[in-house]
Design a binder for this molecule. Structure first.
Ligand code: AOF
Ligand code: ZN
Length: 382
């Protein structure tokens, strides 16, 4: 969306219609939004209320599902300081909601507060909540959308993609030797990637809503699937621990220990997994392995992003990070679009977007559990 062209029926407006104070307030609102949690069903949103002279009357951000939305938090902060909001401008990183969800509609709250102008970044992709811009316009508020839309889109990349697709955004994590292997020929695998890479992966776990592994990985490796800090303690947010596959889970084991709720999904259908998690409002799923589960998600075309840790280690034999993808010839290779390449200690992490792909008829089922190879435990849990 071009800057200054919101939806909701307005005539396009140019960026010149936005004052420098409003642009600065939007940058501030984006910074406020980042204070919210990356995980959870709701987006990170920030709001700044300005008076007619461009002075800040109040600021707010969203701290997670069930807490006030950014606009309502900003209105409360402004009122607490005794500010009069009549004629104020609301600068918000996301179109104000028009629905009653866990909380009431922000569009109404802004109208009631007397806000005369709305400057927002991104149209709300959530059909249940969208329509706030049109509602405010109908109430006579001057509305400009699309301001800093790219920055807001980057901030809400995962959430917005999940909401648009109606399923969790899927990050596939791989951790392998330079020759793409996750264990040696005898199954031993401790440690291929470095402590730094493992810490990086734990930080990723602390940002997602759920982690998935196959039953084969649980049976072979007894992983804890927790997000841990650099000191080895549990991170404050623990993702759901999802185990995919029909075999029964063993009693006890590290999954019975402290961590997120354990959800066993006795299916081989990737879309069933995603639907079950969407019903629990999971927006971001981290698929950690083993190779069979990784291949199943890739074959189904349900991987949005790959985070691959590659260690300068050569094994020459042993299982590969991803099982058979049905790629028979080089032209059929699954090519990713790298977004970032970073050094992590002695290792490298490649973060790449996976292009959407139309799965073939054989691609929706994961292979039978007994084809799942042992010795493919997720690197952080060894
Ligand atoms: C937020 N925080 O600051 C804004 C949101 O069920 P609810 O009431 O929590 O509503 C969640 C939806 O509201 C969310 O999906 C998004 O579309 C909209 N705006 N949500 O959590 C906010 N402004
Ligand atoms: Zn709202």
């Amino acid at each position: 969306m071009a800057e200054g062209t919101g939806t909701g029926g307005s005539a396009p407006r140019g960026p010149g219609d936005v004052t420098p104070a409003e642009l600065a307030a939007m940058d501030r609102a984006l910074a406020l939004a980042r204070r919210g949690p990356a995980h959870g069903p709701n987006p990170r949103v920030g709001c700044v209320l300005l008076d007619a002279a461009g002075r800040t009357l109040g600021e707010g951000w969203h701290e997670g599902a069930g807490t006030p939305h950014a606009e309502v938090a900003a209105i409360a902060a402004a009122r607490a300081s005794g500010a009069d909001l009549a004629g104020a401008t609301a600068v918000v990183t996301l179109e104000p909601c028009a629905h009653t969800g866990r909380t009431g509609p922000c569009a109404e709250a802004l109208v009631r507060a007397g806000v005369a102008r709305l400057v927002y970044a991104l149209d709300d992709p959530n059909p249940a909540a969208a329509g706030g811009a049109a509602r405010l316009r109908a109430a006579g508020v001057d509305v400009v959308g699309g301001v800093r839309a790219e920055a807001a889109g980057d901030l809400l990349r995962v959430w917005a993609a999940a909401v648009r697709a109606g399923r969790p955004f899927v990050t596939l994590k791989l951790a392998a030797s330079l020759d793409g292997r996750v264990a040696a020929a005898d199954g031993s695998a401790r440690w291929i990637t470095s402590a730094e890479a493992r810490a990086h992966a734990h930080a990723l776990r602390a940002e997602v809503d759920a982690i998935a592994v196959g039953t084969g990985t649980v049976l072979a490796d007894d992983p804890a699937l927790t997000a841990r800090t650099a000191e080895g303690t549990l991170a404050p947010h623990q993702p759901l621990r999802v185990v995919v596959g029909r075999r029964a889970l063993p009693d006890g084991g590290r999954l019975a220990g402290p961590g997120g709720e354990v959800v066993h999904l006795p299916t081989h259908d990737v879309d069933e997994v995603l639907a079950a998690l969407a019903a629990r409002e999971v927006r971001h799923l981290l698929v950690e392995g083993g190779p069979t589960l990784a291949a199943a998600f890739l074959r189904a075309g349900r991987v949005d992003e790959v985070v691959a840790y590659v260690a300068p280690v050569l094994l020459g034999a042993g299982p590969a990070a991803v099982a058979d993808l049905g790629v028979a010839t080089i032209g059929a290779a699954l090519r990713l679009a790298p977004r970032a390449v970073e050094r992590v200690g002695p290792d490298v992490v490649v973060i790449a977007d996976a292009p959407g792909r139309t799965p073939g008829p054989a691609d929706h089922q994961t292979p039978a559990d007994d084809q799942v190879r042992a010795g493919v435990r997720t690197e952080e849990d060894r």
